[in-house]
Design a protein around this ligand. Sequence first.
Ligand SMILES: [Zn+2]
Length: 238
Amino acid sequence: MRVIRKGCGKPVVGVVGCLHGDEIIGKKVIDWLDKVSLAKGSLILILANEEAIALGKRYVDADLNRCFPGKSDGNNEEKIAAKMLQELKDCDVVLDIHSTSAVTENFVVVTRHPELVGKVPLEKVVWMGDFGKNSALIDFVNGVSIEFDERTGFQKVVDTIGVCLCNLGLLDGAAILEKQEHFVVYDVMKKDSSPVLKNFEKTVIKNETFYPILFGEKAYTGILCLKARRKIKKFIFP
Ligand SMILES: [Zn+2]
């Protein structure tokens, strides 16, 4: 795990890249942020799973984003998780950057801190509800995950992260507020059938209406996609 600290004072924003070693956009964002000059506050940049990055794999022993809060005497990922929470403990906000093999609109993932989603200039918001299993990074810090389709260009990715940092007060610039659509995951679809689905598009199968999320994610072995309901009017998080 590599940690870079820059700036001083509040707010303290943590940016985590490569919780999954094969999602290399996180490393590119960290390298970019390392060179950016801040208007205010501090950044704690964490390149999470260097061992997995070196292997070009998602993880070494276990999925790091299922290992929190971690163990100081555990396996590779459990040790990283424990160290990472120590490094991030003074953060006011944490942004956790991921990429997906799914063809999808980029989206924000939230488990516990819905108030943060408005800081991220993306239209789609996915509430994981009980499906995060209470072992993801954002279950233990005041943060959100941002999921980019891996085909997204680098400039678009850094523009999105840059606007987040403007909205959080670390960079100068006008805040861009997106009108957001909220989706709540309530179940998973197993890989025992093979319909072709489109992420975030209303789908009806056997009288069940749902919105597929992360259909096409290669890292999901037994799961075809997550199933979500769309919250149309005034959204109240469960
Ligand atoms: Zn990931």
